[in-house]
Design a binder for this molecule. Sequence first.
Ligand code: SF4
Length: 362
Amino acid sequence: MERKSLIGLPFAELMRYFKAYDLTAMQARQTWEWMYRHGVRYFKDMTNLSLSVRKQLEQVYSCERLPVQYNKTSTDGTQKWLFRLENTENSADDTTFEAIETVFIPEETRATICLSSQVGCALQCRFCRTGTQGYTRNLTLYEIVAQVLSVKDAIDDWPKDPLTHRLKNIVFMGMGEPLLNYEALKKVLEIFMDPHGLAFSRHRITVSTSGITPMLERLARECRVPLALSLHASSEALRSDLMPINEHYPLKDLMQAVRMYPALSGTDKVTIEYALLKGINDSPADARALLSLLRGIPAKVNLLTLNPWEGAPFTPSSPQIYATFSRILTQGGIDCFRRRSRGQDILAACGQLRANKVYSTS
Ligand code: SF4
C-alpha cells in the first residue's frame, strides 16, 4: 500500500485521518509538533508516541520531503533547488518529469525562502522567464509546504527555540501566480502560521501577485498577509503589453482593490514591484505617472533591475536612469527601495526561474 503523506494536511484533516485509525487528537497534535516544530521526518523518532503508535503510523503515512534533482549555490550565497514532483507523469522515465524551483536567500538573522505555487505559469509576463514555459498545473498543499521543510532540512534550521530560526520570511514570488491557486494558498498559510508548528509571523509572509483583482479582497480578509503587486507600468496600454493579465483585470480596478488592501487586511503598505526596462518604462515621465497612480495608496516601491535570461526581450536600465527614477519617486513622497538582485549567476533571481519538463540526468 502506498503511504499517504501527512505534510500539507490541515490540522483538522490530520485529526480525521488519525481518528480513522483510532488515534487520538493528542497524538495528532504530538505528530504535528514533531513534523513542523522539530522537523522530524521519521515516525520512529517521534519519541513521545508509543512504539506501537509509531509503527502503526509508519505503515500508512509518511513525512517524506520532495526529491531534490539538484541544488545550486550562487557566489552571493543564494541557493536554488530543483525539486521533482511526486506525481510525475511517468515516474519510470528518469528524464521527463514535472519540477519546480525554490530559492533560499540567506541573511544573518532573517533569511527568506521564495516559494513556487504552480508548475509553470499561464500569465506570460514578457519580462519573466517562468512565463515562457507555460502552465502545467497548480501545486498541491504537500508540494508547497514540503518546499519549506526541504529547505529547512538543507540549511539545518530546526533549533530547539523557534525564536532562533534562521528562516524568518516567506515570499510567494517563485514560479506561478499564487492567487490562481488560492484555496491551496489559504490552507498552507494557516499551516505556516500555526503557533504549534512552523510559527511564521503573518507579517513575514508576503504574497506577490500580477494583479488578480477579484481575489484581493479574499486574500485581505481571510489571510491578512502583506501584499506585493507586480506592477511594472502605469498606463493600461503599456501594462497590457508587458503583462497580458492586464487585459482581464485592468489597472483602474486593480489599483482600487490595492488601495483598500492595507485597511482590509490590517497590514502595512503594499509593496509595488517595478522592474526598470530600458527605454520601455524608465523615463522621468514614467516615474511621474507612477507617482500619480500611487497617490493616496498606502504603498512603497521596490525598484528592481531586470535580471537577464537568454531570450529576454528587454535590457536593464542604466544606473543613472535608475537613480533619476528613484529620486523622482522619493521627492514625490513615495518610499522607494532598490532591491538588490540575489542569485543572478544561477538564474535564481526574480523573473529567472524556469523548470523545463525534460531533463538530462546523465
Ligand atoms: S511574473 Fe509571475 S505571474 Fe508573471 S509570468 Fe512570471 S511567474 Fe507568472
